[in-house]
Write a protein that binds this ligand. Structure first.
Ligand SMILES: Nc1nc2c(ncn2[C@@H]2O[C@H](COP(=O)(O)OP(=O)(O)OP(=O)(O)O)[C@@H](O)[C@H]2O)c(=O)[nH]1
Ligand SMILES: [Zn+2]
Length: 295
């Protein structure tokens, strides 16, 4: 009885929640009891750990809809600039046409995703403009499943929904590929819970967009402006880069050295596969570009 009493008292003073946005020292935290605007507890502010969007936190509500972040749960993963955490999947969005696919950017995002143990989903938008997937198939072969959608016409979007349920999914891609259109198509205004949360988040904000976690299908969609500006992870070494290329790894048995860079080594399974057309030459050239960035 006594134990029960203590538990119920505790649960009244602290609540678990998720940081949806972090801006200027204020954190919007979604809990089962609703949305709270929080600040960090003083000691946390001076300590190393600052909360970021995506963090699971324990908050102490003070007055209605306000509270203090008491502690931050350990993170599954964390990215910097933009700062966000606990991401399960990354939709790497391109357009089949207008703008042309930026394969170097897509590969950079694939490396970043694999490095942080985030599942990448390659999504190609504007399928209403063209059905031609040749360039993509030539480039990736069958290395990755590919989703083809028209966010504007809501075509193929249902196929994506199955992948998103219960997961935290960030969306990245170059300007103009349709990220906002896709987020709107997914979280559409029919969903009242989402609409009211995002309305509240928009209120009083600057026009500059910040990272936002949007509750969606028992999971979250993450709108991350600036994600396409991300650099390769700082502690990623050149000789490990190809470990984040599953299609290259399939050919690495043919490399003489285990830490083959696939550049100047005379016996290299990856280069052989490029010469014989098993791997795309363009993807290989882009790999060389990313490798030179790391060195
Ligand atoms: N034809 C076609 N156009 C689309 C589709 N989705 C988006 N667009 C158009 O593409 C343009 C860019 O869409 P946005 O959703 O603003 O793209 P974004 O990726 O958010 O762009 P930034 O905000 O610059 O990063 C707009 O004119 C959209 O109407 C689509 O499925 N088909
Ligand atoms: Zn090699």
């Amino acid at each position: 009885m006594a134990e029960k009493l203590i538990k119920s008292t505790l649960s009244e003073v602290t609540m678990k929640g998720r940081v949806l946005t972090a801006h200027g020292g204020f954190y919007e935290v979604l809990t089962e009891g609703g949305l709270y605007t929080c600040r960090l507890r003083g000691k946390n502010k001076r300590g190393e750990q600052i909360a970021v969007a995506g963090d699971w936190v324990l908050i102490e509500p003070s007055k209605k809809a306000e509270g203090t972040i008491e502690s931050i749960y350990p993170r599954k993963n964390a990215l910097h600039r933009p700062s966000l955490s606990n991401i399960d999947q990354l939709i790497i969005l391109s357009a089949l046409q207008d703008p042309e696919v930026d394969f170097l950017l897509v590969d950079r995002l694939l490396v970043i995703a694999h490095y942080h143990q985030i599942r990448p989903l390659l999504v190609f938008n504007k399928a209403d403009l063209t059905a031609d997937l040749t360039a993509i198939q030539t480039y990736y072969r069958d290395s990755y499943p590919v989703f083809r959608i028209s966010a504007r016409d809501r075509l193929g979007v249902e196929g994506l929904l199955d992948e998103l349920s219960g997961k935290t999914t960030a969306i990245a891609g170059q300007s103009g590929v349709g990220k906002s259109t896709l987020i709107n198509a997914l979280t559409g205004s029919d969903d009242q819970a989402t609409a009211s949360v995002s309305d509240k988040l928009k209120r009083g904000r600057h026009t500059t967009r910040t990272t936002r976690f949007i509750p969606f299908e028992s999971g979250f969609i993450v709108d991350t402006p600036g994600f396409n500006m991300l650099h390769l992870p700082k502690d990623l070494e050149g000789r490990d880069l190809s470990h984040y290329y599953p299609d290259f790894m399939d050919q690495a048995d043919g490399c003489q050295y285990r830490d083959c860079l696939h550049i100047n080594e005379p016996v290299c399974g990856v280069k052989t596969a490029v010469h014989s057309g098993i791997l795309s030459d363009k993807r290989y050239q882009n790999y060389c570009t990313l490798l030179s960035e790391l060195e």
